[in-house]
Ligand binder design. Structure first.
Ligand SMILES: NC(=O)c1ccc[n+]([C@@H]2O[C@H](COP(=O)([O-])OP(=O)(O)OC[C@H]3O[C@@H](n4cnc5c(N)ncnc54)[C@H](O)[C@@H]3O)[C@@H](O)[C@H]2O)c1
Length: 501
């Protein structure tokens, strides 16, 4: 009978294996919640290093008055360290945070299975390996769960608690309970590649890399636009650099293998950056170069047509009245406001000055611009993306056939919108341009995950806010933007968007 030998578990004593970036943080989380925790490393030398990581983090917490010195001393008395796995004979829980390789994790659990009590739970912090494969090889499949923390573990409140087809419910419930005792917000999920947070986040990061690779917009513009339009703490390319481009590529590979969806296609540029050893912050260079001070964009070809300086003598632009459909009738007024409210709105036959640039409000589909450019040679396409924070972002369209003079008009329009306090992204004329292309596909992914029955909308929002630092989860953003707007912009929207409308 599965689970017969287990008493209902209140986890009191834990071991954490691997005291690297994640493991040292997990020791801190568990010890702060009152557990007795043993840290295990591969050698005495690595043990000393891991201990140093924990001490540095606790010192920082004391310095910032987030921990008082008595509590720090108590944590010290609850933690112990060893390089000898044979000492782990008296634990209720083992959390492993060893390197992300299946054979390292299965070897470890197989060895510990012969040492630890039969009912002890083995939790893996894996981000991308199948928890089921680790469980099946462990010698105690019913006691294996995923306990997926986010970096930095002491700070991020999300824990994804993953159960497999083999997991005993009491083991899962004990880990959920422990996560809550540690002040975390757990979400219970099944074993699927990427769980909730990485599937949604990394799909979006991969998409942003494809926009760079296809020259749709520059690295700096994409990051600035997504930060401003959605209130995100950083743009997708900066975040990819921070996570590590090798990690992003590996998670995309695992997602692609599991789901076989073009959503997880790896941009050739991203793959080449990894082959070149440009892994992001940890190697000093990725999409950006990091050598102290502000990161400088280093990857992604500049748009083929290059940038142009605004001409000094350009006459004030005029906004063309009307819209391309899909947008509101007052598109022209909104565009005029985005450029500082000083530009005049004219009907197509009222364009008095043939030398003035003409700002053309575009819907999600840029084809109005191509149709107009014959008759209005100085047309500059403008799109105001629908996003949770619409007002700050202006998308200016750069046709692939742009001439030197139209590039000068685009540069002048950019300077004017920036002077009016807007964040500007210059985009190739692609459906959805940058903000809606990235955001709407991301929101559709979230709705698809709920439609698939993998997670609830509430758990998706919890995962993305507490695991990825979003100011609002995808479903909160969907409510803001309107599910119908998202559905109508996508070629193959998930049916759930229709139900949410
Ligand atoms: N870094 C992140 O942001 C992050 C986030 C969530 C999950 N994860 C997952 O957490 C795990 C660890 O990641 P990390 O970034 O902390 O890795 P890391 O390389 O910083 O740390 C791994 C540690 O494990 C130790 N180790 C290796 N073999 C061991 C063994 N047999 N016994 C004891 N210790 C051993 C290493 O010495 C090293 O200190 C991986 O599965 C990773 O996918 C990482």
């Amino acid at each position: 009978m599965p689970g017969w030998h287990h008493v209902p578990v209140q986890i009191q004593r834990a071991a954490v294996v691997g005291l690297g970036t994640m493991g040292a943080g997990i020791v801190e989380v568990l010890a702060r919640s009152g557990l007795a925790v043993t840290g295990l490393e591969a050698s005495e030398e690595l043990l000393a290093k891991g201990r140093g990581r924990l001490d540095a983090s606790l010192d920082r917490a004391v310095a910032r008055a987030r921990l008082d010195s008595d509590e720090r001393a108590a944590i010290g008395s609850r933690t112990s360290f060893t390089a000898d796995p044979a000492t782990l004979t008296d634990v209720d829980l083992v959390v492993e945070a060893v390197p992300e390789r299946l054979e390292i994790k299965t070897d470890l659990f197989r060895r510990l299975d012969a040492i630890c009590p039969a009912g002890a739970i083995f939790a893996t912090n894996t981000s991308s390996l199948p928890v089921t494969a680790i469980a099946a090889a462990s010698g105690r499949p019913g006691r294996v769960v995923g306990m997926h923390f986010f970096n930095p573990a002491p700070v991020m409140r999300l824990v994804e608690v993953v159960s497999t087809l083999l997991t005993d419910t009491d083991a899962r419930d004990a880990v959920l309970d422990l996560a809550r005792r540690c002040g975390k917000t757990p979400v219970a999920v099944g074993d699927r590649a990427g769980f909730i947070a990485n599937t949604l986040l990394v799909g979006y990061l991969g998409h942003a890399a494809r926009l760079v690779d296809t020259g749709t917009a520059t690295v700096a513009d994409i990051d600035a636009a997504m930060t401003a339009a959605c209130g995100l703490p950083m743009g997708p390319l900066r975040l990819s650099d921070l996570i590590g481009l090798d990690v992003v590529v590996e998670i995309l590979r695992v997602l692609d293998e599991e789901f076989r969806s073009p959503r997880y296609a790896v941009a050739p540029l991203l793959r080449r950056l990894v082959l070149a050893g440009r892994l992001g912050v940890k190697s000093g260079e990725g999409f950006y170069r990091y050598d102290g001070g502000r990161p400088i964009v280093s990857a992604g070809a500049p748009p083929a047509t290059g940038a142009a300086e605004p001409t000094q003598t350009a006459p004030a632009p005029v906004v063309l009245a009307g819209s391309a459909g899909g947008g509101a009738a007052d598109d022209a007024v909104a565009v005029a406001a985005a450029f500082g409210g000083l530009v005049t709105v004219a009907s197509p036959d009222g364009l008095a000055d043939p030398h003035a640039p003409v700002l053309v409000p575009l819907g999600a589909d840029p084809s109005r611009l191509a149709a107009l450019r014959g008759g209005v040679p100085r047309a500059v396409g403008v799109h105001l993306p629908r996003a949770p924070r619409t007002a700050p972002v202006v998308e200016i369209v750069r046709p692939d056939t742009a001439t030197a003079s139209s590039l000068a008009d685009i540069a002048a329009a950019r300077a004017q919108a920036e002077a009016a306090g807007r964040t500007v992204v210059v985009s190739r004329p692609r459906r959805g341009y940058v903000v809606e292309a990235l955001l709407f596909a991301h929101l559709d992914d979230a709705a698809r995950m709920v439609g698939d029955g993998y997670a609830s909308a509430a758990d998706v929002d919890t995962a993305m806010t507490l695991g990825c630092g979003y100011p609002a989860g995808p479903f909160a953003m969907l409510a803001e933007v309107g599910p119908d707007a998202v559905a109508s912009a996508l070629p193959d929207p998930t049916p759930l968007l229709g139900e949410l409308t």
